[in-house]
Write a protein that binds this ligand. Structure first.
Ligand code: CP
Ligand code: NVA
Length: 313
């Protein structure tokens, strides 16, 4: 049994397989073809933080595949009344086939997985957001990679530069793991005090990223420019301080102008126009944020299929 708790839980070769499955599954959806390999399977979704995309994409995806979902939040379950996470895992995993959790500390999802009888998927923690990077990479490949006999040419990612502008947060950490596994480099620019920490990011060396004090320099020559909110969920008390600290880390037309001429712009959403990105960039021609959001559903359908049924064919 496999869990998907962080990006490095899978190898490069598993990602190549998964991206090809995503392509097939997405095509079927676009052709209105029924594909229901998960009939009678149930996904429990546990949300300890808010969500729009993660909830809709997992829920719609599971129904499309013939399965059903149970939606739990801290407020409407015993999780909010201090039932131990280990006990919750033992109970929930006796009744469903798969669990998705969005919570605070990564240790919490690890404790859940350690006591679960079924695969557990990370739907975002303070440290990581692997389903989002799965969608972002698929989106990049869809826009930029040729398709060979065995699916996307994964070498299209090798040597590429992803510019990360903003907070050294869960998204940044997950980008670093992806870079280490898939062979690209992340140019990271954060305000002082908000740097990425290779230990928290869970990478084995610092070779997959370079640090830039100036966000413009991080974007120079990048194939993909990406950012995220300045204040992640769980850090709301720091909002005022962060607004001041991050003021120079707004992705704007000047940053896009020094990136590759065909560079893509991504943002996991929700976005705050005028804070981490200008409206001109996020609503402009290089932005692929709506594809990114839609692809959450397609990648997670392939992920659920893989965790529950293994390789197809
Ligand atoms: N990007 C993302 O995870 O969005 P939600 O918080 O809406 O789920
Ligand atoms: N870094 C953000 C991502 C939201 C999808 C957060 O954790 O709130």
């Amino acid at each position: 049994m496999k869990h998907y708790l962080q990006f490095k839980d899978f190898r490069a070769e598993e990602y190549a397989y998964l991206f090809e499955r995503v392509r097939v599954i997405k095509q079927r959806f676009k052709n209105y073809e029924k594909y229901q390999p998960l009939v009678d399977r149930t996904l429990a979704m546990i949300f300890e933080k808010a969500s729009t995309r993660t909830r809709v994409s997992f829920e719609a995806g599971m129904y499309q595949m013939g399965g059903s979902v149970v939606h739990l939040t801290t407020g409407d379950s015993q999780l909010g009344r201090a039932e131990p996470i280990e006990d919750s895992a033992r109970v929930i995993s006796r009744m469903v086939d798969l669990v998705m959790i969005r919570t605070f500390e990564q240790t919490k999802i690890e404790r859940f997985a350690a006591h679960s009888r079924v695969p557990v998927i990370n739907g975002l923690t303070n440290e990581f957001h692997p389903c989002q990077i799965l969608a972002d990479l698929f989106t990049y490949l869809e826009h930029r990679a040729p398709i060979g006999a065995r699916g996307f040419e994964m070498d299209s990612l090798k040597g590429k530069v992803v510019a990360w502008v903003g907070d050294g947060n869960n998204m940044a950490n997950t980008w670093l793991q992806a870079a280490e596994i898939l062979g690209f480099t992340v140019h990271v620019s954060t305000p002082s005090g908000y740097e990425v920490d290779p230990k928290v990011a869970g990478i084995s060396s610092t070779g997959c990223f370079k640090v830039f004090n100036d966000p413009i320099e991080a974007c120079r020559g990048a194939h993909l420019v990406t950012t995220d909110v300045w204040t992640s969920m769980g850090y709301e008390a720091e909002n005022e301080t962060r607004l001041k600290a991050f003021a120079d880390w707004c992705v704007d037309a000047d940053m896009m102008a020094v990136a590759q001429p065909d560079a893509l712009f991504m943002h996991c959403l929700p976005a705050h126009r005028g804070e981490e990105v200008t409206a001109e960039v996020i609503d402009g021609p290089q932005s692929v944020v709506w594809d990114e959001a839609e692809n959450r559903m397609h990648v997670q359908k392939a992920l659920m299929e893989y965790l529950l049924l293994g390789r197809i064919g």
